[in-house]
Design a protein around this ligand. Structure first.
Ligand code: TXA
Ligand code: MG
Length: 334
């Protein structure tokens, strides 16, 4: 692990990381969303290393990170107007564009599909790393498959220590939730995974989009979307989400359970076994803190995490998506 400045990254450290990537190795690095686990996107063997380190199913494709729009255009078979508009408006930034791939992109990167997701991240370390690697970097979030995404270097170590070649530690990431993934191979464009950019922000640039997984009668290609993996972004501790959760928290604590409460209001009284993290009521600030809060509570090995459901507003779409996937079925007091 190397500590590296998030704004003015050390050139020698980037060069060392770039050499590892060019040699087919794995480097975990910060982006403005979460930490990624990078490999040379054009090397099938290097990308295979990502799947192995994460325990990721080969059916789940990986986003390719580029340093410039020109580099993205070099990876895709077409660059339609909405791609140009979104890249112009939001790159570097938290939106991944799904477009028909060129043959140079290994099939493993796209899980056998004909479309590749490309994204230019807004982080000096990520951009410097891609430049030092001399080409595009394939990178999923740097966690074991289905577990919580990492927003701090120590979260990366918790899941991947001993499985990767290098970790660039630039401190906590600022965005805290993953990029929005939008499929531009269909009309209208479809938001496959809600993320840091809200549908509203995207529609303001390219007009109406469809939101959510593809309808069941759609052709299978390119249906390998994040929506297929229902349980994902999940802490090890059983998690439940609801409204007016204070009474639930009260019941669990009175029954002797140790409970982590992700609340939007202060606790009404101090209860034995209760650990409260009061969350911001602004969606972007909530997003920035969500994974870190869940990692903190998860590390305490509590009996239960209870999350107070945030408002049902479109700005909260990505937060609701992650909480739904993190939640455990089967409630009861156990
Ligand atoms: O913010 C982010 O997107 C972070 C940072 C590291 O860039 N990356 C990230 O990657 O979250 P990952 O692999 O954890 O999630 C990417 C999601 C996956 O659920 C995958 O199914 C979807 O994007 N995806 C990737 N390539 C795709 C493709 N060609 N077609 C459809 N969906 C794709
Ligand atoms: Mg992930």
């Amino acid at each position: 692990m190397i500590e590296i400045d998030a704004v003015h990254p050390n050139r020698d450290a980037l060069a060392r990381a770039g050499r590892i990537l060019r040699g087919g190795g794995l480097v975990a690095f910060p982006t403005e969303t979460v930490y990624g686990l990078g490999a040379d996107a054009l090397s099938r063997a290097a990308v295979a290393g990502i799947f192995a380190a994460k325990g990721r199913p080969a059916t789940n494709p990986i986003i390719v990170h580029v340093a410039t729009t020109a580099e993205a255009i070099g990876l895709v078979a077409s660059w339609p107007e909405p791609a140009e508009q979104l890249a112009h408006r939001f790159w570097p930034g938290p939106v991944s564009l799904v477009l028909p791939k060129r043959p140079e992109v290994p099939d493993l990167v796209t899980a056998g599909g004909t479309a590749v997701a490309v994204r230019c991240p807004a982080h000096a370390v990520a951009l410097g790393l891609i430049e030092a690697a001399g080409g595009p970097v394939a990178a999923p979030s740097a966690n074991r498959s289905t577990e919580l995404s990492p927003t701090h270097a120590e979260h990366v170590l918790r899941g991947l220590d001993g499985r990767i070649d290098l970790l660039l530690d630039a401190g906590p990431t600022t965005g805290g939730l993953e990029s929005s993934v939008i499929d531009l191979t269909v009309s209208p464009p479809r938001l496959l995974r809600p993320g840091l950019l809200s549908p509203h922000e995207i529609e303001a640039v390219i007009g109406p989009i469809a939101v959510g997984a593809q309808p069941a009668d759609a052709p299978p290609e390119p249906a390998r979307s994040p929506g297929l993996l229902e349980r994902h972004y999940a802490p090890a501790t059983p998690l439940e989400c609801g409204v007016s959760t204070w009474s639930r928290v009260y019941e669990l604590c009175r029954a002797g359970r140790r409970v982590g409460w992700l609340s939007l209001t202060p606790p009404l009284e101090n209860l034995p076994g209760l650990f409260t993290i009061e969350m911001p009521d602004d969606a972007k600030q909530y997003s920035a803190n969500l994974y870190a809060a869940l990692h903190t509570l998860d590390a305490m090995r509590l009996d239960r995490i209870v999350v107070e459901r945030p408002p049902d507003d479109e700005d909260w779409l990505a937060v609701h998506d992650r909480l739904r996937r993190a939640a455990t079925r089967g409630e009861g007091i156990g």
